[in-house]
Write a protein that binds this ligand. Structure first.
Ligand SMILES: Cc1cc2nc3c(=O)[nH]c(=O)nc-3n(C[C@H](O)[C@H](O)[C@H](O)COP(=O)(O)O)c2cc1C
Length: 396
């Protein structure tokens, strides 16, 4: 009979520490691979520092470089810019849609309007005046989701007008999904410099019963979205899983900007991505426990007809201006557009228009149709950059 080799205590410890070392190396490799400890870097983030590159200065490309830094739904960047010396056409790239999350491309057009606002601000800073013309028509008539559709045109002519101070805030504007400092009140007059435009109106609620009702509407709408399997699947398609996917796509939503605490962010990045149901469940919790209760101010933007293309674009211009106004003075902002997304969805499914009634009861004026809801407050954390496709990738 052979005797089993004797494992000494020393040998046992050697084997044990070997296993520990291999496990630690594996963990470190995974942490590195998933960018757990790294700030987001690389080509996908360069547009934020390159937007004023000397090569763009005083050319129409400087306007595109500013346009691509705009707010846009789910970071889909649904734009293509057709550029000549005297004209830029902004095309809706309808392939970059959000499915049932934005069935009428209304949010897509609001995002395109945001890009237009940045471009108009960049025009003056680069020696141009820009005359804006929006493509007419109704969003209800855009059937396809497979091509490029003209949304707006900027006609450029030489100008020596001074740049708007909001121009400098373009790279400082980021969606802040973190808790806000609830001990610091924020009065609606912080945005007094931003005027309603013709056909676009905003409401700002900084402490009334209407503010609480809008907060409740945001949470209720989020619950309805989370219960809608198709909506969360379509939303999930734009979630990016890890640095490799972000580097490849340069678009979509990443954990870095999800508003998580540093410890939770590190854990979430390390672990495999959550399926749609769980990630959207976490989003509902954040909305209920953090986004709404810590907001110092809630607001909404409305138009006469939310499915009119020029009005959707104009609403986007106003949101971008508001957000830049906040960024210029250190106010954090964050769209919470769920109560309008459920209006679209009810229309698409031909259901009773409960969401419409819910928001009309807050504005008290049915002749205005809300198209954008947001919160504002003072920041508690540094906000990270979102990815962007560069000027060359979106210009024809
Ligand atoms: C029409 C529209 C709707 C949006 N809706 C939401 C929303 O409901 N929740 C949210 O967290 N961000 C929302 N956003 C913000 C975008 O996700 C954000 O702008 C995009 O990811 C790019 O990030 P950035 O704003 O930091 O550049 C919305 C933006 C636009 C223009």
């Amino acid at each position: 009979m052979t005797q089993a080799p004797k494992v000494t205590r020393r040998r046992f410890l050697e084997i044990g520490s070997g296993i520990t070392l291999v496990a630690a190396a594996g963990l470190l490799w995974r942490a590195n691979e998933r960018g757990v400890f790294a700030e987001p870097t690389g080509e996908a983030y360069e547009p934020w520092s390159m937007w004023q590159a000397p090569g763009y200065a005083n050319t129409p490309l400087a306007l595109v470089a500013a346009g691509i830094l705009a707010s846009n739904p789910h970071n889909t960047q649904p734009w293509i810019f057709r550029v000549s010396a005297t004209r830029i056409d902004i095309l809706a790239d309808t392939r970059r849609h959000l499915g049932t999350f934005d069935p009428y491309l209304r949010e897509m057009h609001v995002g395109l309007g945001c890009a237009v606002e940045n471009m108009v601000l960049a025009a003056a800073a680069n020696g141009f005046s820009a005359e804006v013309a929006f493509a007419p028509g109704s969003l209800l008539d855009i059937a396809g989701r497979d091509g490029q559709v003209l949304a707006a045109t900027l006609r450029l002519s030489p100008s020596s007008a001074a740049a708007d101070p909001l121009y400098d805030a373009i790279p400082r504007r980021h969606t802040d999904r973190n808790p806000y400092d609830h001990s610091r009140p924020l009065a609606a007059d912080a945005f007094a410099g931003v005027a309603d435009e013709d056909g676009v109106r905003m409401w700002l609620f900084d402490g009334s019963a209407a503010r609480d009702r809008l907060g409740a509407a945001i949470i209720e709408a989020t619950e309805e979205i989370v219960a809608d399997e198709q909506m969360i699947e379509d939303s999930h398609d734009w979630f990016r899983d890890g640095p490799d996917e972000i580097a490849r796509e340069k678009s979509g939503l990443a954990l870095d900007t999800a508003g998580l605490s540093p410890a939770l962010l590190a854990a979430a990045k390390f672990l495999p991505a959550l399926p749609a149901e769980q990630s959207h469940g976490a989003w509902l919790n954040q909305t209920r426990d953090t986004h709404v209760p810590t907001a110092a101010l809630l607001g909404l933007i409305a138009t006469r007809d939310r499915y009119d293309r020029p009005q959707a674009l104009a609403a986007g211009r106003l949101w971008q201006r508001l957000h830049l106004t906040g960024a210029a003075v250190g106010i954090s902002m964050h769209p919470l557009n769920q109560p309008v997304e459920t209006i679209d969805r009810e229309l698409q499914l031909e259901r009773e228009a409960k969401s419409e009634v819910r928001l009309a009861s807050i504005t008290g004026d049915e002749s205005w149709q809300p198209t954008f809801v947001f919160r504002a407050g003072y920041p508690t954390r540094q906000v990270r950059l979102s990815a962007r496709r560069g000027v060359k990738e979106v210009t024809v």
